[in-house]
Design a protein around this ligand. Sequence first.
Ligand code: ATP
Ligand code: MG
Ligand code: FE
Length: 341
Amino acid sequence: NLILAFESSCDETSVAVVADGHQILSNVIATQINSHKRFGGVVPEVASRHHIEQITICIESALEEANVTYDDLDAVAVTYGPGLVGALLVGVNAAKVVAYAHHLPLIPVNHMAGHIYAARFVKPFEFPLMALLVSGGHTELVYMQADGQFEIIGETRDDAAGEAYDKIGRVLGVSYPAGKEIDQMAHAGIDTFNFPRAMIDEDNFDFSFSGLKSAFINTVHHADQIGATLDKNDLAASFQASVVDVLVSKTHRVLEQYPVKQLVLAGGVAANQGLRERLQKDLPTAFPNTELLLAPLKLCGDNGAMIGAAGYVQYQHHQFGDASLNADPSLEFDWMPGMVK
Ligand code: ATP
Ligand code: MG
Ligand code: FE
């Protein structure tokens, strides 16, 4: 089975060829980060224009790198939400055109399901499974009893983890997206500031990062006012220690109540070294019967391959869309269409 998969929900145009849902033949990613950096975030109109410019090139490169032609394909998968509507539409329309022209089934994929299935490239899923899904727009604990079944057990009440990284990045003078650089700075610093760990002792599975963000910004502004210089690496380390502490302790809390065979770490923030190391260190002792599946570093950010992996599951269940498929910018993280509840 060969799937041509499209991803264009935000600021990466990506097209991949995925075999049998777990083998990457190509995964072409055209990032627009440099165009958005000077605005400190993604500008929707700029994003759409870049997607339009890049999508055809990405399709051609993906087929060429995979050494396949349209005739070899079995289906076309595409992210149809959540994301920026104008950005999503470019992928959705391109996928429709390819599907129609080459008589291929069209598979509408939820971007967040895609993030989770990035871990499918490590090894097959075993259920029940819990996913700690941490990205630029989402921070969720997602329980899965089978392929395609998603239940949100806990989520952020305000900012997503990646969003918090990007926001404090501005204060630190780190350009968008700030996560990777702050992660590196954190490794060169120590947690001296002891920022709040919001909701860490509360008996629920939710998160909150806006208080941490405010505490961080206040600390930096106060230092500016009195003319003090703070160690940026220590600031980064302190911020990251708080984020990781909260994410890991809530994950432990949820695993106590929901024993699972595997814990998947996925989404853009899953690339965080501090978080990966901490889970690798703590999980085996705390939950010896739960296997840790870290999404491959290269597949944590937005990419077409993860959409192909999630799309393959839908292909097996004949969950296809048609020419009426539209972008859904606020698509809820529900079960895949047609899956039995
Ligand atoms: P969503 O997936 O929720 O729709 P998105 O697609 O914009 O949002 P992703 O591309 O999945 O988000 O992730 C991007 C986010 O990941 C950014 O906020 C970025 O700062 C963050 N990020 C990337 N690398 C790291 C890292 N090493 N540590 C922390 N955060 C990181
Ligand atoms: Mg991105
Ligand atoms: Fe994403």
